[in-house]
Design a protein around this ligand. Structure first.
Ligand SMILES: NC(=O)c1ccc[n+]([C@@H]2O[C@H](COP(=O)([O-])OP(=O)(O)OC[C@H]3O[C@@H](n4cnc5c(N)ncnc54)[C@H](O)[C@@H]3O)[C@@H](O)[C@H]2O)c1
Length: 310
């Protein structure tokens, strides 16, 4: 599968390094689905990469992923040069044609730039559509939830996947599972909250610019009316780790109290890569099978699939 990435941040680092790790070791630890429609985890070839930082543009993808502020650790695996020079990305619609030309030969564009910049997200979607490439929006900005974009991709026979990936074992997935458990066991939820701290550039950006993320996080939770989300916190010392505290207050038999507190700690970019590897294979397979529009198989891997609030 020939894949282009827009954004050479921590998630791209975890994805590029992880694919090399799995190819080298043959390990299946941390892999949700070893194959999807016959594609293995190692069957991905990066053919283009777009960035805006001076430090990354012009470097090979396998070098650019280690440039600050990226702080996902260097994994202990051989990393052959990708022979993919990182090229200048776009920030708005004025450079769509140049980026579309650079997408020639790609099957999928994985959009992994910062959340909270809907114009940039839509400009990359336009470039993918022009180039006949499937588009995956991993950010909280609305593209797949926007019916206009879904109609355009579907009419062109191109898959459109989004919005906002749900980390493989992240706050939303764990919180949602606990909320469902309370309901399934017949308890009544009284209140619930989550406090999430992280030390990545993504966290720094989301603390400054939370505009589209909060709604997307609420989209991922069932019974969200009783759930409070504390503002995200950035602590540089956490580096690529995320720490989440979840609290659920409920009532059981005869209205007696039940209280649950959970602490979750993960490497945030690993949680993204573990899902992006499936989204890429779902999108590539849909493209090759001629299925345009939204592949329903992607829904459990997203916080804000089509039909959720913007
Ligand atoms: N678990 C997770 O990590 C997770 C979960 C859900 C969604 N996301 C989203 O995934 C995206 C990527 O996360 P990340 O941790 O890799 O972020 P990051 O900040 O480490 O990387 C984003 C990169 O995109 C670059 N960039 C900025 N503008 C660009 C442009 N116009 N074109 C190309 N590149 C541009 C930045 O310089 C940076 O290198 C974010 O939008 C994040 O909110 C992440």
């Amino acid at each position: 599968m020939r894949v282009a990435v827009a954004g050479v941040g921590n998630n791209t680092s975890a994805l590029v390094q992880g694919i090399a790790f799995y190819r080298h070791t043959g390990s299946l630890v941390g892999i949700h689905r070893p194959t999807i429609d016959g594609f293995g985890v190692g069957d991905i070839e990066f053919v283009a990469a777009f960035a805006v930082s001076e430090a990354k543009v012009g470097k090979d993808l396998t070098e650019a992923i280690f440039m600050p502020p990226n702080n996902f650790p260097r994994l202990n695996s051989e990393l052959a040069m990708a022979a993919v020079p990182v090229t200048k990305g776009l920030v708005d619609a004025t450079e769509v044609d140049r980026v579309a030309a650079a997408l020639a030969g790609a099957e999928v564009l994985l959009y992994s730039a910062p959340s909270g910049r809907p114009e940039t997200a839509q400009a990359y979607a336009e470039a993918a559509w022009n180039a006949g490439v499937a588009f995956i929006n991993t950010t909280s900005d609305a593209v797949a939830r926007d019916q206009m974009w879904m109609d355009r991709f579907a009419a062109a026979g191109l898959p459109l996947v989004g919005d906002d990936l749900a980390s493989q074992f992240g706050t939303s997935v764990v919180h949602n599972a606990l909320l469902r458990l309370v309901e399934e066991r017949g308890l009544t939820l009284v209140s619930s909250y989550q406090v999430v701290l992280g030390g990545t550039e993504d966290f720094r950006n989301l603390v400054e610019n939370p505009n589209t993320k909060k709604q997307s996080k609420l989209n991922a939770l069932s019974g969200a009316d009783n759930v409070q989300l504390a503002p995200l916190g950035y602590l540089s010392e956490l580096k690529s780790k995320k720490v989440a505290h979840l609290n659920l207050e409920a009532q059981g038999w005869a209205e007696t109290a039940v209280s649950l507190d959970v602490k979750l700690q993960v490497h945030d970019p690993s949680g993204a890569a573990g899902v992006n590897i499936d989204l890429i294979r779902i999108a590539a397979s849909a493209l090759r099978n001629g299925h345009g529009g939204y592949p329903a198989e992607a829904a459990p891997l997203l916080k804000s699939p089509p039909g959720t609030a913007i």
